[in-house]
Design a protein around this ligand. Structure first.
Ligand code: SAH
Length: 259
């Protein structure tokens, strides 16, 4: 017997907060929040989620506010490990679903290296909230058999040019790239008349939706400026029972969820 106290191993729940609105979190996610000691939350998570974990210490780990020169993701990884070692149960709250463009891989690797156990609780990803907001199913019987979730950004900052690989493609992180995305998709083989649906703040009460032919996608920039958005391209962007109007249609924000 060495007499040394062993540090508690800690446990991390990665929880998908859903997009935009607190009531889109899963029941399991809410249960994990209710018993958390510490919550490390992304900036995009709805502040109303705090009510689900009033007992916990909340730490915002948005990538803003870190020391200049430091790698924000590396700091988040280190904070996650240290929090799990110091406190019992850490909830790592991520916008949408943790497995979709959520840097989950790096954070899992950090926990594995430190020998800390974890689980992943799924959430509603932005692409699905956008489909719900526009009432446009992402898959269609017979003609829309596949969907891709893609980032509009390549690692070096360039917009990726890929051939259409699915009947419907949903692009994340496209907000500042709409003109470039339109150009690249057309040069990759999509027709200029391909329907596109743009949804910003999907899931929130102030959601905005617009539709555009691909050649005119850039015109969505003004309407959705400064808001997180996804672009749905192809079959899943078409209105059920309707055809694409030649002009941009801007929908009224949908009513908030009844309380
Ligand atoms: N894990 C998140 C994605 C994080 S990457 C998810 O599953 O949804 C950040 C990108 O997600 C943003 O650039 C934007 O493209 C998209 N996004 C996040 N929240 C959104 C929202 N409420 N409405 C539309 N797009 C959103």
């Amino acid at each position: 017997m060495s007499g040394l106290k062993t540090a508690p191993p800690g446990f991390v729940s990665f929880v998908g907060a859903g997009p935009g609105a607190a009531d889109l979190i899963t029941l399991r996610g809410a249960q994990r929040l209710a018993c958390a000691d510490v919550v490390l939350a992304d900036a995009l998570a709805d502040p109303a989620l705090r009510e689900l974990a009033p007992q916990a210490r909340w730490v915002e780990v948005g990538k803003r506010g870190f020391r200049a020169g430091a790698t924000p993701q590396a700091q988040i990884d280190a904070l996650l490990v240290a929090s799990a070692q110091r406190h019992g149960h850490v909830v790592r709250l991520k916008g949408g679903d943790p497995s979709v463009f959520g840097r989950l891989e790096e954070e899992i690797e950090a926990l594995q290296a430190a020998g800390i156990a974890f689980e992943v609780v799924p959430g509603v990803t932005a692409a699905l909230a956008a489909a719900a907001a526009t009432q446009r199913p992402l898959t269609r019987r017979g003609r829309g058999r596949s969907v891709t979730l893609a980032t509009a950004m390549a690692q070096d900052g360039a917009v990726e040019a890929e051939r259409p690989r699915a009947a419907t493609e949903v692009f994340y992180m496209a907000g500042r790239q709409l003109a470039g995305l339109s150009r690249r998709l057309r040069s990759a083989g999509w027709l200029g008349q391909t329907p596109c649906s743009v949804v910003s703040n999907a899931g929130a009460a102030d959601v905005l939706c617009s539709e555009h032919p691909l050649h005119d996608l850039a015109s969505a920039s003004v309407l959705h400026a400064g808001r997180p958005l996804v672009v749905t391209v192809g079959v899943g962007a078409t209105a059920v029972g309707g055809v694409l109007p030649p002009k941009i249609a801007v929908f009224e924000p949908l009513a908030a969820t009844p309380t």
